[in-house]
Each structure stands twice: as structure tokens, then as C-alpha cells.
Write a new protein. Structure first.
Length: 215
């Protein structure tokens, strides 16, 4: 039986998904969460086989995805969202998503798609598969940005990447600490680790390297 954690800030959506999965003997819903911090906490507590995340939930589904992927590398992670934006798709894949499904999916198809992900395949709507193929085929600057971002991200842990991402968005140490539910000293330690790994002179240099990688 596949143990599933459902993370979505829209309670009716969570209930609909839970009802759907509860009716399928292959699945067992082990928990629910309404924001990123709760999703990470519940995932660590329940250690699900598969996690469903809404990309737009409070605290960012991508933030939760990065953290859960780092803490539970065996879990399969799927974004279930209304967003067909290519930047959201690529960000989710870079963060470690094993699937990216749209909320308008046929309800009868969702359990099958999730079970396929659990079995090791990738679930994605056809139109987004085509978009991804086009992105990597055309050789334009966006493709180079995705590649360079991946190279930079591989040098950092998921938490270090989150801290650097927020730092590049002009958040202060205190703001980053509050957003990621960390102490300010922990944030400063992560920044020091980022600088060391990137051989950056200071915070500004680390941020510039990050911005060049995603531009």
C-alpha cells in the first residue's frame, strides 16, 4: 500500500483527493498539510512513500519540495497544481519533482498517474512534456540558464539553495529565518557554507553567481 501525504491550502481539494485515494486499495493517506512548513513537518513525522504538493500554497510548494527531497530521498514527490507556467514546471523538476500534474486531470486518471510515479515513472501532461522537449531542443538562452542552474544547485544542499534564493530576492537574515523557520544564526551558517562552496568573496558575490545562473 502506497502511503500518501496531501499538501494543499485548499481544504475541499484535500478532501476530494483523500476521498479518491481512500477508495483505491493501493493507497493510504497518512497525513494532510495546508502550508509548506506543515508539509515538511508532516513528511518527516509520517515518512510517506509519495507526497502531493500544491506549488502555490503558503510558504511555497517548491520550498517544501526542496526540503522534503533532502530529508526523505526515498519519497516520490509530485506537484499537483493549476499552473501551466513553464518556469514553475522547470523549477519543480530542478527541485526534485518526480511528477507535475494539473488539477484539471480526469479524477479517474489521478490514482493511476500517482501509482505510476510510485513505480518509478514520471507523470506529466502531454502538453507540458512537449514544452519541456522544446525547451531543451532549441538551444536558446533559457536552456543554458536551466543547465547552469542545475550545475550550481548540485553544489548546494536544498536548504542552502533556499537560503541563497531568498537572499537573492533581497530578504534579510531575519526574514529568511522567519520564512524557513530557522534561527538567524542557522541562516548565517548556511550563508557561510554557500560562500565557501561557491568560493564567493562575500554575500553579494554569492548572490551574483546565483542570479547569473538563473538569468
Amino acid at each position: 500500500m502506497v502511503r500518501v501525504l496531501i499538501a494543499d491550502d485548499h481544504e475541499p481539494t484535500r478532501k476530494d483527493i483523500r476521498r479518491m485515494l481512500d477508495s483505491d486499495p493501493r493507497f493510504s493517506v497518512c497525513g494532510e498539510a495546508a502550508d509548506a512548513a506543515a508539509a515538511v513537518a508532516r513528511a518527516v513525522e509520517t515518512r510517506p512513500d509519495l507526497v502531493l504538493l500544491d506549488i502555490r500554497m503558503p510558504g511555497s510548494g517548491l520550498t517544501a519540495l526542496w526540503e522534503i527531497a533532502a530529508r526523505l530521498p526515498q519519497a516520490r514527490l509530485v506537484m499537483l497544481t493549476v499552473s501551466e507556467d513553464e518556469s514553475d514546471l522547470f523549477a519543480a523538476l530542478r527541485a526534485g519533482a518526480h511528477g507535475y500534474l494539473l488539477k484539471d486531470i480526469d479524477p479517474r486518471r489521478l490514482p493511476e498517474a500517482l501509482y505510476d510515479v510510485h513505480q518509478g515513472t514520471t507523470a506529466m501532461p502531454r502538453q507540458l512534456v512537449s514544452l519541456m522537449i522544446d525547451e531543451f531542443r532549441d538551444g536558446n538562452p533559457r536552456r543554458r540558464a536551466v543547465t547552469s542552474t542545475g550545475e550550481l544547485q548540485r553544489r548546494l544542499t536544498s536548504r542552502e539553495w533556499q537560503v541563497l534564493d531568498l537572499l537573492a530576492s533581497d530578504h534579510t537574515t531575519a526574514e529568511i529565518a522567519e520564512r524557513l523557520v530557522l534561527s538567524p544564526s542557522a541562516v548565517r551558517a548556511h550563508i557561510a557554507a554557500v560562500r565557501r562552496k561557491l568560493h564567493a568573496r562575500d554575500r553579494r558575490d554569492a548572490v551574483e553567481q546565483f542570479r547569473r545562473s538563473v538569468t
